[in-house]
Design a protein around this ligand. Structure first.
Ligand code: CUA
Length: 159
């Protein structure tokens, strides 16, 4: 088959691009443990403060397995609670919902990152290996004071 040089260049260029795109996905999944959310749970966004699932906000630690659950409500322009303490080297499940508009929930420097959409409960589980203080930011523009919307995560070393 006679393929002109010009066409060969384009074929190779598109082939390289496809390999590059697939590589970014593989690196994200295998290297950084990034994954799409798979949890679908709905909630009435006008009643989150009274919903039993969000009545007790903050951290609860399972005494037997040691896994922790963090329940957070995002609103314009804060997270409630604004500071959470979790154990290092144990699975931590975050359950976040919004009381108003779409927010983001990104734990800077970790793979903890989710969109917080009103009407849904965003849930993900991750493990923090390095004790210390982490910044939680809203990374979805949600209004005039979006840039002020942050919280603190303290990962505590276990004895
Ligand atoms: Cu909440 Cu930006």
């Amino acid at each position: 088959m006679n393929v002109p040089l010009y066409e060969k260049i384009w074929m190779w260029a598109s082939g390289i691009l496809i390999v590059a795109f697939v590589t970014t996905i593989v690196v994200g999944v295998a290297g950084s443990a990034l994954q799409p959310p798979s949890h679908v749970e709905t909630i009435d966004p006008t009643k989150v403060w009274n919903d039993p699932r969000f009545a007790k906000r903050g951290v609860s630690v399972d005494e037997h397995g040691g896994a922790a659950t963090v329940v957070v409500i995002a609103m314009m322009f804060a997270f409630q609670p604004a500071e959470v303490h979790v154990p290092a080297n144990r699975p931590v499940t975050f359950r976040v919902t919004s009381a108003d508009v779409t927010h983001g929930f990104e734990i800077v420097g970790t793979n903890g990152n989710t969109m917080v959409v009103p009407g849904y409960v965003s849930q993900f589980t991750t493990t923090f290996h390095t004790p210390g203080e982490y910044l939680i930011v809203c990374n979805e523009y949600c209004g005039l004071s979006h840039h002020l919307m942050s919280a603190k995560l303290i990962v505590e070393a276990q004895p």
